[in-house]
Ligand binder design. Sequence first.
Ligand code: GSH
Length: 210
Amino acid sequence: MKLYSNEISSAASRVRIALALKGITPELLPVSILGPDAENRQRDYLDLNPQGLVPALLTENGTLITQSLSIIEYLDERFPQPPLLPADAEARAFSRTVALAIAAEIHALVPPRVAAQLGSLGLDATAIGDWNRHWVREGLSAVDALLASRRYGSYVAGDQPSVGDLFLFPQAVNAERAGLPLSLWPNIAAVVGKLRGVSAFVENAPAPRK
Ligand SMILES: N[C@@H](CCC(=O)N[C@@H](CS)C(=O)NCC(=O)O)C(=O)O
């Protein structure tokens, strides 16, 4: 399998962590995502993946699977051990709730394409940074409250990492880099503290932007 990826991408980080937990080493195909010449906006990549985003997984059959949650669930169905969704249906729903609370309500508001559009509307780098921190702070505060009310174990949804953890860890790492300490969110801090003991997470965290 081949993974279109970028080292700074938190969405690609989720998939790299899943692959590492499954013991799978894909061929990594780097796609640049920053600046006017970013490869993800070029015709070649858009012909392959019309959304122009990473990650995208190319299976051995030549099928391209996009969207990190779809890729992770595909991997989990094909390679069931260790499972990335809890056995209990309510815990499974909660794990996906946390994943989507991050992917749909935080990450979708702060990727490079949104920053570029805000810049073209006249916002400067300081204002765009404030925009990003606002949505991350608001979104992670909601996730922290969810975790406070619905913890199923020491990770997001049980005593094993599951999809919710795969989405939480990269977002939390990037929040700290943006100047938002995890001490703001004690429940997230506790889970991320556990995840820092799992090499698949630590070794596949998003790299800092240079
Ligand atoms: N919902 C998508 C989000 C993918 C996404 O936004 N990836 C970012 C990198 S973290 C990207 O490719 N950004 C390029 C851009 O914003 O132009 C997923 O979960 O895979």
